[in-house]
Design a protein around this ligand. Structure first.
Ligand code: TRP
Length: 460
């Protein structure tokens, strides 16, 4: 059949064109992390200075790891455990590589578990806005909407289930009819809506103050925590470290040039994060609500803005729909590796997608409870992790530990165990300065940066 490649582990589907690969993989990168995450992390950490560190982390650590993860999938040709197993065999290494992939699969379920709860809230808010909500509301009403949503655990679970259901429905289909088509439809719409919102912010908001906030320098304290947060955010936003990108690498056609595709994907991801900042902060500043509100920025602070602006309900609807689209194109990439692994074990795709989506939903109940009845329960307080709910532990544990550590494993595999010429061939990149720089980055810069970061965090 066209578009399928025979491999040792069966038939592996592929995306139809180079552009399709770039769009779909950019869809995995662009997500809640860009809009909900970036704006609040940048807001909380004081803007410009943080943005600069984040840019450095993105270019010198996260982007090289992104290329490494794509390559492992391309060279290993299979779901992450299969791909790493194949590569381990080829190198004759005695280190059990697939363990990293299995840990990554657990990571995909953990990320999905809280992702679906936040995306569920976005779906609910989009519907409230579609019903004319937010316009002319009082601030108390907005605060009550968020508080009532979080007080009602079954309701929160319901919207999370709706989101996981949508994700499973798309992943159930074949790669081209499901994941690829969803990306091709949603990504252009997402860009359009985002540009509309930036234009709106420029006309009705305090645009210059937002620009100064995001790109100007302010006082900030440069702590290890800020550094960890910048690196964690860079990994999370590119979606590396759990095998989602490895899976898409396995689906990439032979004609894809990994270097330039990565440049496009990272650029789009960065563009969306900055544009989201330029859409949100002008309105936030113009209305005088707090820019450093933290995770509540998009569900609490921003809706207060929607109450006061012309066409508030419509703007709110466009904004939350944008958030839902961004979340879906990411969640399908998170569901795809476990589903592919089960398919290799003989499961039918829809059954595998349903099972894994249900598992993520069930683990997600921990996040639902953290936001509601268990908001005062800190499960690991006895280990000194005080003040962290189950949600905090899952989110910070995955972003700050699982992602960088698997990233480290990926670059060590490619940098030290695989042959340099084979790697270069699979990249479809010239043996020029760029390749040499990247290879040096994954052999030295990235490992040193990640290890140094952990040592400082442990002993600093
Ligand atoms: N990158 C997405 C975002 O910014 C989320 C995401 C997709 C992700 N795949 C991932 C996060 C893998 C961590 C690991 O919202």
């Amino acid at each position: 059949m066209a578009g399928e490649e025979s491999t040792a582990s069966g038939r592996l589907p592929s995306f139809s064109t180079r552009l399709a690969f770039i769009i779909v993989t950019a869809g995995s990168a662009v997500g809640l992390g860009n809009i909900w995450g970036f704006t609040y992390v940048a807001g909380k950490n004081g803007g410009g200075g943080f943005v600069l560190i984040y840019l450095l982390a993105l270019a010198f650590v996260a982007a090289p790891v992104f290329i490494a993860e794509l390559l492992l999938g391309r060279m290993g040709k299979g779901s992450p455990p299969t791909a790493l197993g194949n590569l381990q065999q080829q190198t004759g290494s005695r280190v059990p590589w697939p363990i990293v992939a299995w840990a990554g699969l657990v990571g995909t379920i953990l990320v999905l578990s809280f992702y679906c709860v936040i995306a569920g809230q976005a779906i609910y808010y989009a519907l409230v806005a579609a019903g004319g909500g937010f316009a002319d509301w009082s601030f108390e009403q907005v605060a009550a909407l968020d508080a009532d949503f979080k007080a009602n655990a079954p309701g929160m679970a319901l919207w999370a289930a709706v989101f996981m259901g949508l994700t499973a429905a798309i992943v159930s289909l074949d790669i081209r009819a499901g994941i690829e088509r969803a990306g091709k439809i949603m990504m252009p719409l997402l860009f359009l809506m985002l540009m509309g919102l930036v234009a709106y912010g420029a006309v009705y908001g305090d645009f210059m103050r937002a620009v100064t906030f995001l790109f100007g320098f302010h006082q900030m304290d440069l702590s290890v925590r800020v550094l960890l947060e910048a690196v964690g955010q860079a990994f999370f936003t590119l979606g590396i470290g759990v095998g989602g990108i490895m899976m898409y690498g396995a689906y990439s056609g032979r004609d894809v040039k990994v270097g330039s595709a990565t440049a496009w994907i990272v650029a789009m991801d960065l563009f969306v994060a900055l544009a989201a900042g330029l859409a949100i902060f002008p309105l936030v500043f113009a209305s005088g609500v707090d820019a450093a509100a933290g995770p509540g920025l998009v569900f609490l602070t921003l809706p207060q803005v929607f109450t006061a602006i012309p066409g508030g309900a419509f703007v709110a609807f466009v904004f939350f729909l944008l958030l839902v689209f961004a979340a879906i194109t990411s969640s399908i990439s998170l569901l795809s590796p476990t589903v592919a692994r089960l398919e290799e074990a003989g499961w039918r795709r829809p059954v595998a997608a349903g099972a894994m989506a249900s598992l993520a939903f069930l683990v997600g109940l921990l996040t639902v409870m953290s936001f509601s009845d268990w908001s005062d329960i800190h499960p690991l307080a006895f280990l000194g992790l005080e003040g962290l709910t189950a949600f905090d532990l899952i989110r910070e544990g995955v972003s700050n530990f699982v992602l960088p550590l698997s990233g480290l494993a990926y670059v060590l595999m490619i940098g030290w165990a695989l042959r340099k010429d084979a790697v270069q061939k699979s990249l479809s990149m010239q043996d020029g300065t760029l390749f040499q720089f990247w290879h040096m980055a994954i052999r030295f810069i990235v490992p040193v940066a990640i290890i140094a970061m952990f040592l400082t965090a442990l002993f600093g």
